[in-house]
Design a protein around this ligand. Structure first.
Ligand code: NAG
Ligand code: NAG
Ligand code: NAG
Ligand code: NAG
Ligand code: NAG
Ligand code: NAG
Ligand code: NAG
Ligand code: NAG
Length: 511
């Protein structure tokens, strides 16, 4: 065993012992940690999520990186050796080309001189810019990172104050935050756009038209159906651009799978195709110490002692037209029908079943307190028919989704993370907040039907077939420019989403 492992493990192992005693985490996981002689290497492999994470980080700067494995069941999904190899290689590239390195400085100088025509540079970059809410941003950042991995681009993220302080730095010994002195921050108007380049080139791949700095807009609202991002001829063009500034709120990973030149590489990286966000999300998104403080305290206070944890994520898209009573009815129709929550025992005021006092903790994430309040009142008013005890907890409510507000994003992030620690997850169709939670947790959620008025719906919910997020703006044209009814039907690992039939998501071959 290399000495760095021994040094890294021994003190943290002692810490784990103390920690487990003080928090009442499950005895089973305690035994898992203390049992046999291979305990040290096992702790090490658990902590690093089977090699997904690099070793060598300082513990104090990002406590969640070292503790989160104590709060979750070990994931049954192991990253492939090839993915691990790609990640370590990427980290080297990021250190070499990262912000304010010699290579970065040289590249920026060169690009400032030649942004309108192609220029060969030592490093290539993908700059992520924020659009829409935190859920959209996170699924999009994961997609952007994967795009960077397959095209050897360094990912830099433009975080404003509303995102600073949510996450730890993901890449060892370097930063992913775009610096304040990034030279293309204030030049937006003069930078060529992908759409404009396509218009000029009319699908012709002559080299002269490719600038070295370009805006790539793949936003939900301004999606150009003919952008051919999933086609080799356009990826060949994009490959010549040194600095791509991405504006998107989408999980465009299915597009990358459709691209012939990326497909083989992606299948090698992800032999299980439906856990891509699960791996990339756990690799990239580590709660900052502040976020981890909130998450771990909430967990210890309300969830740690439960026999089962149920996450309910309720998003109401048109609240002014959708009475909350209907949503609660739908939620109960779903959770009672599928026995996620027990029926009430209406005959008795005190439970007659004594042998069965298991505790189910229900965590409700919603902008409106009415859902948690109603459910809590309901389970306090009568015993359950099964004898189970139901605790209902709702960490926060914000009334409406707020953009550009750092406290709001801190709440959103900590709640997505807490939901991901559930054993069973119920989410609202089309909510990217739910996608992040299901992806991090590796959970196939029950998708509640999306009510938008005083209506009813049967079935109230449907089980998703994959833990991957849905790509809402799936391409409508094949690479020859012909419209195809549902392009994903031509690919073995892609399927229509359960919650949005125009969307596409990844699925394993076997399913
Ligand atoms: C310890 O590990 C051994 C074999 O790995 C197993 O048989 C035993 O049940 C474990 N003990 C506990 C307390 O988990
Ligand atoms: C790169 O440029 C920055 C800002 O001008 C400077 O602080 C830094 O020292 C430079 N890096 C190197 C390696 O010269
Ligand atoms: C990261 O930085 C630390 C401290 O400067 C250094 O000891 C370590 O070798 C570095 N690791 C890598 C992979 O660069
Ligand atoms: C570069 O291209 C942009 C967008 O097409 C244009 O507005 C600008 O004038 C060009 N700059 C130079 C130096 O050619
Ligand atoms: C494509 O580019 C080549 C070389 O610049 C040119 O000869 C040809 O006419 C172009 N084709 C179209 C369809 O624009
Ligand atoms: C005890 O609870 C379980 C669900 O946790 C249920 O399946 C079972 O029927 C309950 N037992 C009784 C006697 O109600
Ligand atoms: C919703 O519809 C039900 C009957 O379907 C009706 O009783 C109720 O008053 C309606 N609620 C609102 C707020 O319109
Ligand atoms: C819930 O289920 C009941 C009974 O099947 C049905 O009458 C009602 O319309 C459902 N509510 C909703 C909101 O779908």
């Amino acid at each position: 065993m290399p000495s760095i492992l021994v040094l890294g493990i021994f003190p943290s192992f002692l810490f784990v012992n103390l920690y487990m005693k003080s928090t009442g985490l499950k005895n089973a996981s305690f035994a898992r940690l203390t049992n046999d002689s291979s305990q040290h290497s096992r702790i090490h492999s658990d902590k690093l999520l089977d090699g997904l994470l690099a070793s060598g980080y300082e513990e104090e700067s990002c406590i969640s990186r070292f503790q989160s494995y104590l709060y979750r069941k070990a994931s049954p999904h192991k990253p492939s050796q090839y993915l691990i190899y790609k990640l370590r290689k990427y980290e080297d590239l990021h250190r070499k080309c990262g912000v304010h390195t010699k290579a970065y400085n040289r590249t920026m100088v060169k690009l400032l001189r030649s942004k309108n025509h192609s220029a060969a540079t030592m490093c290539k970059y993908l700059v992520w810019t924020p659009v829409n809410g935190l859920g959209n941003r996170m699924i999009n950042m994961a997609a952007a990172f994967l795009y960077g991995l397959v095209t050897d681009r360094v990912l830099l993220v433009q975080f404003q104050s509303d995102m600073i302080g949510l996450f730890c730095e993901p890449f060892l010994n370097s930063t992913w935050i775009l610096p304040k002195d990034f030279p293309f921050n204030n030049h937006h108007r003069h930078i060529e756009t992908y759409q404009n380049m396509l218009k000029k080139g009319k699908g012709n791949d002559s080299k002269g038209i490719v600038p070295s700095v370009m805006h790539l807009n793949m936003q939900h609202t301004s999606n150009d159906p003919k952008m051919f991002f999933h086609c080799d001829h356009n990826q060949d063009l994009l490959q010549q651009v040194s600095l791509l500034i991405l504006q998107s709120d989408q999980y465009f990973v299915p597009s990358l799978f459709m691209t012939p030149s990326f497909n083989t590489e992606l299948i090698k990286m992800f032999p299980e195709k439906d856990i891509i966000f699960h791996h990339l999300g756990r690799y990239l998104f580590h709660p900052s110490n502040e976020a981890w403080g909130i998450i771990s305290r909430f967990y210890q206070a309300y969830l740690a002692n439960a026999n089962e944890k149920i996450g309910l994520q309720i998003r109401v898209f048109v609240p002014q037209h959708t009475p909350y009573e209907r949503i609660i009815e739908l939620l109960l129709n779903c959770t009672l029908k599928h026995k996620l929550l027990p029926e009430l025992d209406k005959q008795n005021t005190v439970s007659s079943i004594w042998e069965n006092q298991t505790l189910k903790a229900v965590m409700v994430a919603s902008l409106d307190p009415v859902y948690g309040d109603n459910l809590r009142t309901m389970y306090l008013s009568k015993p359950t028919a099964t004898g189970e005890i139901i605790g209902v907890y709702q960490p926060s409510h914000e009334d409406h989704q707020k953009f550009h507000d750092d406290r709001h994003n801190m709440k959103a992030w900590t709640e997505m993370y807490l939901l991901s620690m559930s054993d069973v997850l119920v989410t609202t169709s089309l909510s990217t907040f739910g996608y992040v939670a299901q992806g991090l947790g590796g959970l196939k959620p029950w998708l509640l039907y999306r009510l938008t008025s005083n209506q009813t719906h049967d079935p109230p919910c449907e089980r998703d077939f994959s833990v991957e997020p849905c790509f809402h703006i799936s391409p409508k044209y094949n690479c020859e420019g012909k419209t195809v009814e549902h392009l994903s039907s031509l690919y073995p690992h892609l399927r229509e989403c359960v919650d949005y039939s125009f969307g596409t998501k990844l699925v394993n071959d076997s399913e």
